[in-house]
Design a binder for this molecule. Structure first.
Ligand SMILES: *Cc1c(COP(=O)(O)O)cnc(C)c1O
Length: 384
């Protein structure tokens, strides 16, 4: 029987995105920091209680701004989980930092906060927890370390974590700085886009200058300075109004988007729980302190061979399921620079994890096709 192809991800329209893009053109402003940029920033700032929010061209750009704001220099050390996307580390490597990779928890890809204290040296300037799949890292121990050490900052990589919570606190509002992403694979999208949250007011004024190519243009437009000039280093970190207009359409539908994803996530969870109980694989673990945002639904297979066989099996059933990160400490770029510590839990997650299709337009019939294919892999063809 020919079944329809189910992709892993699919960019989507949730409401008025295209209307807003036309409005941006009608406003006569497509460059950055216009109506839709400011609307989106104010909305997210208020919703999550962020100190200040600046849209960026990507989550990567937001992390690069964070590294610049912290004044990271050659010789500085930054603690990053090994199980993450390259940008988490790259943003700091670009400034000359040495990356000290931390291992994952045994039962979750997030970094093991208990091990972080042992990695600190007098040169450690930042810890960058990644809220994988929108599940919060345990932030309290990291914040305690930051308070106990001068000039040690917490930068949340909240690229996947919009709407997630740590206890009652929104993710992205916990650290001194935080990076969000609106890449087309995330919950809320605008093609390529991101946001820097500046929760420590000490960084707010300079953030706006770095954002606008080292000028005080934003202050000039508010009428706070008489002339706009080159006052610091910077780059073009702000996105076009085209992206911000699309983003604003998504933000207006934020709750509907999240409701749908949460229902999809829950459907997978319920349907696959019996197989997990039989020991076929582990389901995502969500600690008591975390409220996740249904960003990723993954299974942890028993090992690499089985994981790869499952991905091939799903492929034969017209379903694109994918693994996730190669641990960065073992990457071609960094392995010779890594200090040699084995990071067994990051490695195990890289070998065992498979992500199932999860996107706004995924129908329950399509989800049922995925669920049936997973069941068939473990249990054989259904009895007639
Ligand atoms: C997506 C992602 C990024 C990068 O975001 P972009 O917007 O694609 O630059 C960084 N870190 C993590 C954990 C991500 O998932």
């Amino acid at each position: 029987m020919e079944q329809p192809f189910i992709p892993f991800n699919k960019p989507f329209l949730a409401g008025q995105e295209l209307v807003h893009i036309q409005q941006a053109l009608a406003h006569g402003k497509l460059s950055g920091n216009g109506y839709f940029t400011q609307h989106s920033q104010q909305f997210l700032q208020a919703r999550y209680g962020l100190g200040r929010a600046l849209l960026t061209t990507s989550g990567t750009a937001a992390l690069e701004m964070a590294a610049l704001l912290l004044g990271i220099q050659p010789g500085d050390e930054v603690i990053v989980p090994s199980f993450t996307f390259t940008s988490t580390a790259n943003a700091f490597v670009l400034r000359g930092a040495t990356i000290v990779f931390a291992d994952s928890l045994p039962h979750h890809p997030n970094l093991d906060t208990d091990q972080v204290a042992a990695l600190l040296t007098p040169r450690t300037r930042a810890i960058v927890p990644v809220h994988y799949a929108g599940v919060a890292c345990d932030m309290a121990p990291l914040l305690a370390l930051s308070r106990a050490h001068e000039q040690l900052f917490i930068v949340e990589d909240a690229a996947q974590a919009i709407e997630g919570r740590y206890h009652e606190q929104p993710l992205g509002a916990v650290g001194h700085l935080a990076a969000f992403s609106f890449h087309e694979t995330k919950n809320i999208i605008c093609g390529e886009g991101g946001m820097l949250a500046i929760n420590d007011p000490a960084f707010a004024a300079r953030a706006e200058i770095l954002w606008e190519k080292g000028t005080n243009r934003a202050a000039f437009f508010r009428g706070e300075v008489a002339r706009y000039q080159w006052v610091d280093v910077g780059s073009s970190f702000l996105p076009s109004e085209l992206n911000a207009a699309y983003l604003w359409g998504q933000l207006q539908q934020l709750e509907a988007i999240q409701e749908r994803r949460t229902a999809q996530w829950q459907r997978y969870y319920e349907a696959l729980r019996p197989l997990a109980r039989q020991g076929c694989f582990a389901l995502p673990f969500v600690p008591d302190y975390a409220r996740h945002n249904a960003h990723i639904f993954y299974l942890l297979c028993t090992g690499l061979a089985e994981r790869d066989a499952l991905i091939r099996h799903l492929g034969r059933h017209q379903i694109l399921a994918v693994s996730h990160y190669q641990p960065l400490h073992a990457s071609p770029f960094y392995r010779a620079r890594h200090d040699g510590r084995p990071l067994p839990h990051a490695t195990a997650h890289a070998e065992r994890l498979v992500r199932l299709p999860l996107y706004y337009e995924l129908s329950s019939a399509e989800q049922q096709q995925v669920i049936a294919a997973v069941q068939r892999f473990y249990l054989g063809p259904p009895a007639r």
